[in-house]
Design a binder for this molecule. Structure first.
Ligand SMILES: [Mg+2]
Length: 334
């Protein structure tokens, strides 16, 4: 059996957002915030001024590098940032406008910012940038303890939602290894969807909850990832087990509630195929072959090829050079 901890670590370096790129994206978010602030200052009264709170993978430190896309010789990296725009009610003043009005205002504020499309979505206004990244701007109104999201679907309307509380929950429950597993599974999703445009796997948000709730700790990332995936698969495929409960407001809402049967089955099938290849890799003694199971069908070529050698042979070679000392691969740190 081949231990692929080292290969997973190399993969991690490829998919983890680097500090430089992170700074670029934060700069882009900052200039967009300034633009929105300026528009509201110029067009709305003092009591209608926005505040901002970042949310999503960026705040949780689980952002992955998207698969690079090329079109007409240009490269695009479709990073997805979420930046909440908040309006707070001051005592004795009811400033709540209707949902479309809030969306229209934010849309007006940002529509000429990039020269690219600005998209009206149900849950946010999306600003697209020339290099492919976009910033989603969900809008919240807060007149009590819990912010309410302005959801444009008439079936939903104002919806209690607290993404900052979710980030806090995640930080409390995560470790370095759990964050790495979240990045592995999100990169898996990106690769699978890139290969099959009909496939719609769960959001990064849902995958993050699943990893935290089904986590298996191990010194080696390949084992931790494989056994966590096994737990996720087993719990979702159990009778009445296909659910993913939101841990923060709206607490215990099932994130998978509106999934069609096709979408459920597609996810279970994809998970099963991932698990099968992880098990094949485990049973394979040659590093190169083991890595190819994961590279070809699950992670793509960002996952490195292992050496064309057997684990047993490598151990023997090492122990003879090191006069009998075989050094265990070091855990990456928790
Ligand atoms: Mg987004």
């Amino acid at each position: 059996m081949a231990t692929l901890h080292k290969e997973y670590n190399t993969f991690y370096d490829k998919i983890k957002l680097t500090d430089n790129r992170k700074d670029d994206l934060l700069g882009s978010r900052k200039s967009l915030r300034e633009k929105i602030e300026k528009w509201f200052k110029e067009n709305k009264s003092d009591r209608l001024q926005p505040k901002f709170k970042g949310q999503g993978s960026f705040e949780m430190d689980t952002t992955v590098n998207p698969i690079v896309e090329t079109k007409d010789g240009e490269t695009f990296r479709k990073y997805d940032l979420d930046d909440g725009v908040y309006f707070y009610e001051k005592e004795g003043e009811d400033n709540r406008e209707n949902i479309d009005t809030w969306h229209n205002w934010v849309y007006e504020a940002v529509k000429d910012h990039t020269g690219e499309d600005t998209i009206r979505k149900n849950t946010c206004v999306r600003v697209v940038f020339a290099d492919g990244h976009h910033i989603d701007l969900p809008i919240y109104y807060k007149d009590g303890d819990t912010p309410e999201l302005a959801h444009r679907s008439v079936l939903v309307g104002w919806k209690e939602s607290d993404p900052v509380e979710f980030t806090t929950w995640f930080q409390k429950n995560s470790t370095k290894q759990k964050k790495r597993l979240v990045r592995y599974i999100k990169s898996w999703k990106d690769f699978r969807q890139d290969k099959n445009s009909n496939l719609k796997l769960p959001s990064g948000f849902a995958l993050t909850i699943l990893v935290i709730n089904n986590y298996v700790k191990n010194d080696n990332d390949d084992v931790a990832f494989r056994e966590t995936i096994r737990n996720i698969y087993n719990s979702l495929s159990a009778y009445n087990g296909f659910k993913c409960l939101r841990p923060t407001i709206p607490e215990d809402e099932n994130v998978f509630d509106d999934y069609s049967d096709t979408r459920k089955n597609d996810f279970l099938t994809a998970l099963n195929s991932l698990l099968t290849d992880c098990d094949r890799a485990k049973d394979e003694s040659n590093f190169k072959k083991a890595s190819e199971y994961l590279r070809d069908n699950q992670f793509g070529d960002r996952f490195p090829k292992g050496d064309d050698t057997d684990e047993e042979r490598q151990k023997k070679a090492m122990s003879s050079t090191l006069a009998g000392t075989y050094i265990q691969p070091k855990p990456y740190g928790y």
